[in-house]
Design a protein around this ligand. Structure first.
Ligand code: NDP
Length: 461
């Protein structure tokens, strides 16, 4: 590499995608600098997946204490202390942050705790110090930020998933607006920790894009656990002595202590200097890239949420890795975004991979739908009403499993293993010849023999 440049790679953003790319590139001998204006680890580690999952665990103890009685345990009156959880959670996040920091350092990456702006195709300006760095390649990995939409009077009174981790007390009453991942996960967390929780969504079902039966199952479970309001909007928020009052679209008013707005996230491109190099964002505000994460400027690449391909941590990591292998390792490869397994850490949990029933019906001539809805074994003695849903979608012509959807305990863990089979192109016959692990909930996936529904064109089969 030539001396015309100070570094071979300058990464903007120290989240999942940026950190992976920086480490792998440095491993190939590249001189790498990485700028992060906030904390190393990005949304996932600092104010996303990791602290959220710790809160999910905390919430689920509520059910465990209740369930224990059916198995002969008597536990006293359970009491929850928010400040203990917050302190311990924050300490764990800081521990992980320092591991990220150390790993970068060990890989030989120079970390710069400043905001970076693109000045031209090879120049970065560091805002606080005014320093300029010349880079052979620039990688934009700045992620996304939560948005509060629509803009309503008093909207500032609502917090987002960034501030929710800073709350010093557990709100007695909380209103959560939205019906996506973040809304349903936090609705579960707060309802289980003991907040009176209202989840309000503009649509008639939660989790758009998921299989309809999964959405229905979650809606039913939520209806029992919290105040679920569908087809509803919030028109106005006002501060009162006793809390925040929310006026809803139907004119009714509810009063709460906190309002969490979880109405989506937008790529964090503002002030990045994209206009200096002529990169135009798409209609979602994201940076357009090709399969190798290259932008319209050959020396500038982008990975992760800022490209809005699939806003998930493991995807950002893969994209960062593929970029470094391609540009610095001489091993070009592109991430396949077609088949992505995902989990929603609501309670009940959701695990899903592949096509929904509707998508499969649209794309394939004939599909079989296998379904099982049952009470888990644990629920028999605990008397819990929680049900498990498992659904397999199969292409009749090839017998290939097109999609698997699970609602219930450990759905995320189960789907990770199933996703290997589906990624390998497993057929229903492969599922059928797999020996069941007994007694588990997962065995249902290999014991469903008769399709619940078969959708074939008229006159076929
Ligand atoms: P999502 O895109 O998942 O959901 C946004 C929600 O806000 C939808 O229900 C949407 O409704 C609603 N909404 C959008 N605009 C408006 C509006 N103007 N008025 C009222 N409601 C509105 O975003 P999240 O913020 O929940 O999460 C962001 C992303 O982060 C996710 O898509 C996911 O990729 C990632 N994530 C992943 C997690 C995981 O893997 N477990 C956990 C958390 C986040 P509608 O459906 O009608 O459009």
């Amino acid at each position: 590499m030539t001396d015309e440049f100070d570094v071979d790679l300058f990464v903007i953003g120290g989240g999942s995608g940026g950190v992976r790319a920086a480490r792998i590139a440095a491993g190939y001998g590249a001189r790498v600098s990485l700028a992060e204006e906030y904390r190393i680890g990005g949304t996932c580690v600092i104010r996303g997946c990791v602290p959220k999952k710790l809160m999910v665990y905390a919430g689920r103890f509520a059910d465990e204490f209740e369930d224990a009685a059916g198995f002969g345990w008597s536990v006293g009156e359970p009491r929850f202390d928010w400040s203990v959880l917050k302190t311990r959670r924050d300490a764990e996040v800081s521990r992980l942050e320092s591991i990220y920091d150390t790993n970068l350092e060990r890989a030989g990456v120079t970390v710069i705790a400043e905001r970076a702006v693109i000045e031209d195709a090879h120049t970065i300006r560091l805002v606080a110090s005014g320093r300029r760095v010349r880079a052979k390649y620039i990688l934009v990995a700045v992620g996304a930020y939560p948005v509060k939409v629509p803009v309503i009077p008093g909207g500032d009174l609502g917090i987002t998933s960034n501030e929710v981790f800073e709350l010093e007390t557990l709100p007695e009453r909380i209103l959560i607006i939205g019906g996506g991942y973040i809304a349903v996960e936090f609705a579960s967390v707060f309802a289980h920790l003991g907040s009176r929780t209202t989840l309000l969504h503009r649509g008639d079902r939660l989790l758009r894009g998921f299989d309809d039966e999964v959405r229905d199952a979650l809606g039913l479970a939520f209806d029992k656990r919290l105040d679920l309001r569908l087809d509803q909007t919030v028109e106005r928020l006002e501060r009162r002595d006793s809390g925040i009052s929310a006026t809803l679209g139907d004119g009714s008013v509810i009063e709460v202590d906190q309002v969490l707005v979880a109405t989506g996230r937008k790529p964090a491109v503002s002030g990045l200097g994209l206009e200096n190099v002529g990169i135009e964002t798409d209609e979602s505000g994201a940076i357009p890239v090709d399969a190798f994460s290259q932008t319209s400027v050959p020396s500038i690449y982008a990975v992760g949420d800022v490209t809005n391909r699939a806003a998930l941590t493991p995807i950002a990591i893969r994209e960062g890795h593929a970029f470094a292998d391609t540009v610095f390792g001489g091993k070009p490869w592109a991430v396949n975004h077609d088949l992505i397994a995902t989990a929603v850490f609501s309670t009940p949990e959701i695990g899903t991979v592949g096509l929904t029933e509707d998508q499969a019906r649209e794309r394939f001539e004939a599909v079989d739908i296998y379904k099982s809805s049952f009470r888990s074994m644990k629920a028999t003695l605990s008397n819990s009403a929680e049900r498990v849903l498992m659904k397999i979608i199969v292409d009749c012509a090839s017998d290939r499993v097109l999609g698997v959807h699970i609602v219930g305990h450990d759905a995320g863990e189960i789907i990770q293993a199933v996703a290997i089979a589906v990624t390998m192109g497993a057929t229903k016959a492969d599922f059928d010849r797999t020996i069941a692990v007994h007694p588990t909930a997962g065995e249902e996936l290999v014991t469903m023999r008769v399709p619940a529904v078969t959708k074939r064109p008229e006159g076929v089969g």
